[in-house]
Design a protein around this ligand. Structure first.
Ligand code: A2P
Length: 347
C-alpha cells in the first residue's frame, strides 16, 4: 500500500464530485487529508468521509497548498481558472473537463488502455470524455487482437452527463408532464423527459457537434492511432444515469463473433452480458452503479464481411468519469509518478 497522500476534490458537490468521494472511500484510496472544494454557494455544506464530517470550502488561491492530487470536476472554465495555481502548488491535477484533453503535453488516460502515459505528465492528466471512455474500454480489447479500421457509433446519453442539476431537471419535468403541466427546460436546452434530442454541445461548421468530435479526437489520442476513421452521432435520452452506445466496427479481415465474445469475456473493465433466448442485452439500469462497461449483442454486420456490431452500456458517472479519475490517481501512486519528471506545464 502506498503512503497516504493529501487529496482535494474540486467540484465536490456535483454529480461526479460526490461519486469521487464515495470511490475514494470504497476503494480504500490512501488519503491522509481530504479537502472538498466547490463554489461559494456550497461553502459550509458537509459530507461524511471515513466516519468524519468534512466541510466544503470555497476554492481560493491557498486551497491547494500541501495537496498532492486534485481530482477536478467543476467544469472546463473552473479547471482553466485554477490549473496553473494547482500545478504551481506542486499537486497533480486529474482533470475531468475537456479543457486540456487535446494538449499534447497532457496525457489522456484510460488505465485499461494507456497507463504507461502517466509517467509523461507535467502536472496535469486529463480524464477523457465519458462517452469516449465507455466506447474505448469496450472496443480496445478487440482492436488489440485485430486493428479496427473504422468506427461508426451512435450514442444514447443520459442526463447525468450534463451534471446533477440536469438530472434533477429531468425528474421535475417528468413530474410536470405527468400532472399535465408544461415542462420547463433551464439546464438543458429542451425538455428531455419523454423526449430526446441530438447532443446539446456546440455545432461545428462540419455539422458535427463538440461531443461527437470528442469521441473522434480523444479515441485517436487514447489509442495512439491518429488516423483511425471514426464517425459519431450523439443523442441525449431521458435516462438519468448510464450511457448506451451502438457501435459498428470495421476490421481489415473478418472478425468472428465467437472470438469477439471470448475476448470481451476475459478483458479488464468490461463484462459480456447477453442472453439471446430472452432478448436481454445491457441496459442503463444494469450499468448504473457498476464499474464494468457492459457489452452485448455482438453480431456480424450483414452489410460488410469485416464488420461487427455491438451494444454497450456504462455508468457515465463511474467509469465514464469518477472511477476512471480515481484509477488514474491510483496509477500515479502505483507508478510512483506523483512528482513531475519534466518541467511544470504552463497553461
Ligand atoms: P456548486 O455546487 O457550489 O455549484 P455538476 O457537474 O454536477 O453540475 O457539478 C459541478 C460542480 O462544480 C459542483 O460541485 C459545483 O459547485 C462546482 N462548481 C461550479 N462552478 C464552480 C466555481 N466557479 N468554482 C468552484 N466550483 C464550482
Amino acid at each position: 500500500m502506498s503512503k497516504p497522500v493529501n487529496v482535494a476534490i474540486l467540484g465536490a458537490t456535483g454529480a461526479v464530485g460526490t461519486e469521487l468521494l464515495k470511490l475514494l472511500e470504497s476503494r480504500n484510496f490512501p488519503v491522509k487529508n481530504l479537502k472538498l472544494l466547490a463554489s461559494p454557494r456550497s461553502a459550509g455544506t458537509t459530507f461524511e468521509f471515513q466516519g468524519k464530517s468534512i466541510q466544503v470550502e470555497s476554492v481560493t488561491e491557498k486551497a491547494f497548498e500541501g495537496i498532492d492530487i486534485v481530482l477536478a470536476s467543476a467544469g472546463g472554465s473552473t479547471s482553466k481558472a485554477w490549473a496553473q495555481t494547482i500545478v504551481d502548488s506542486g499537486a497533480v491535477m486529474v482533470d475531468n473537463s475537456s479543457a486540456f484533453r487535446m494538449n499534447p503535453e497532457v496525457p489522456l488516460i484510460v488505465p485499461e488502455i494507456n497507463p504507461e502515459t502517466a509517467a509523461d505528465h507535467r502536472g496535469i492528466i486529463a480524464n477523457p470524455n465519458c462517452t469516449t471512455i465507455l466506447m474505448a474500454v469496450g472496443i480496445y480489447p478487440l482492436h488489440q487482437f485485430q486493428p479496427i479500421e473504422r468506427i461508426v457509433v451512435s450514442t444514447y446519453q443520459s442526463a447525468s452527463g450534463a451534471g446533477a442539476r440536469a438530472m434533477e431537471e429531468v425528474r421535475t419535468q417528468s413530474e410536470a408532464i405527468l400532472k399535465g403541466e408544461k415542462p420547463k427546460a433551464e439546464i438543458l436546452p429542451y425538455p428531455l423527459a419523454f423526449n430526446l434530442f441530438t447532443h446539446n454541445s456546440p455545432l461545428k461548421d462540419t455539422g458535427y457537434c463538440e461531443e461527437e468530435m470528442k469521441m473522434v479526437n480523444e479515441t485517436r489520442k487514447i489509442f495512439a492511432e491518429p488516423n483511425l476513421k471514426i464517425t459519431a452521432t450523439c443523442v441525449r435520452v431521458p435516462v438519468l444515469r448510464a450511457h448506451s452506445e451502438a457501435i459498428n466496427l470495421e476490421f481489415k479481415e473478418p472478425f468472428s463473433v465467437e472470438k469477439a465474445r471470448e475476448i470481451i469475456a476475459e478483458s479488464p473493465g468490461v463484462q459480456l452480458l447477453e442472453d439471446w433466448q430472452k432478448n436481454y442485452f445491457p441496459m442503463p439500469i444494469d450499468a448504473s452503479g457498476k464499474d464494468a462497461v457492459l457489452v452485448g449483442r455482438i453480431r456480424q454486420d450483414i452489410s460488410h464481411p469485416n464488420g461487427l456490431e455491438l451494444w454497450i452500456c456504462g455508468d457515465q458517472i463511474r467509469k465514464g468519469a469518477a472511477l476512471n479519475a480515481v484509477q488514474i490517481a491510483e496509477l500515479l501512486l502505483e507508478k510512483s509518478c506523483l512528482k513531475k519528471n519534466k518541467s511544470t506545464l504552463k497553461v
